[in-house]
Design a protein around this ligand. Structure first.
Ligand SMILES: Nc1ncnc2c1ncn2[C@@H]1O[C@H](COP(=O)(O)OP(=O)(O)O)[C@@H](O)[C@H]1O
Ligand SMILES: [Mg+2]
Length: 254
């Protein structure tokens, strides 16, 4: 661990670039992205399909090598870690939540939550705390197939939090949920950032998700082109208007 980890922000992204090659053409998925996240912030990255949101989350998680620039998590430059150390570091410091939940169907809720954690004397206590906080106590012995979508996503969030990561990353976390279940997940992410001082970064194209954020980062063509703070009224139309007006600005002006 880097010696500056106590004072570094949980996340610093600096000048990150990433290209993919598809047959003869190069696709620029990330183009000079800069982003700093402070502890306890709930940040939503908003952009159209193909704007680079998932690639950015993968770069932050160290699941994608970047071509240029740096990702520092708690002061640790991910590119300085060997594959083995990166995997360990990710397991400890980064929680991941996906649109499709990605739970193991044959395991109970409790065992899905426990799965990523190394054995320790406090593990059962921590699983109990998370089950209670995420209102899953009476679902602990259910397998994913017997849970609603919202419950499955809460299990996935508990699993992502079991190792007490510095950052929780969520890629379209409400994409498989109906409106009410999606709103519950957004409220939960908002509360967890407050209560636990957790840095949470969620990717979405939906204003009704972005309205819960402390900061909305707008991505276009692989670049974070603008940012705004929702006014707290939780009005998706207000957020949609702000987003659209920032997206419409010419590239040079942003
Ligand atoms: N593994 C890959 N191989 C080739 N192109 C990719 C790959 N992953 C993403 N891309 C391309 O990079 C761009 C950004 O993709 P992505 O980050 O998935 O966007 P978003 O999540 O905002 O929809 C898109 O043009 C996409 O087609
Ligand atoms: Mg995506």
């Amino acid at each position: 661990m880097n010696s500056s980890s106590q004072t570094s922000p949980p996340l610093v992204v600096e000048g990150v670039r990433k290209q993919f090659r598809r047959s003869q053409t190069a696709i620029t998925a990330l183009n000079e992205v800069d982003l700093t996240a402070e502890a306890g912030q709930f940040i939503v990255i908003m952009g159209a399909s193909g704007s680079g949101k998932s690639t950015l989350l993968h770069a932050i998680a160290g699941l994608t090598d970047v071509d240029a620039g740096k990702v520092l998590v708690n002061g640790q430059d991910l590119s300085e870690l060997s594959d083995v150390r990166l995997t360990k570091f990710r397991g400890k410091e980064i929680g991941l939540v996906f649109q499709a939940f990605n739970l193991i169907p044959s395991l109970t809720a409790e065992d899905n939550i426990r799965l990523p954690a190394p054995a320790s004397s406090h593990l059962s206590e921590r699983v109990d705390q998370l089950l209670k906080r995420l209102n899953l106590q009476d679902r602990r012995l259910h397998k994913p197939g017997a849970l609603s979508g919202g419950e499955q996503q809460r299990v996935a969030i508990a699993r992502a939090l079991i190792c007490d990561p510095a950052i929780l990353l969520a890629d379209e976390p409400t994409g498989s949920l109906d409106y009410d279940a999606g709103q519950q997940i957004c409220q939960l992410l908002h509360e967890l950032s407050r209560e636990q001082g957790r840095t949470i970064i969620a990717v979405t194209h939906e204003p009704n998700v972005a309205m819960w954020a402390d900061r909305v980062v707008v991505m276009r063509d692989g670049k974070n082109v603008a940012e705004f703070t929702p006014d707290g009224s939780r009005d998706p139309q207000e957020v949609a208007m702000q987003y659209q007006s920032l997206l419409r600005r010419p590239m040079e002006a942003v």
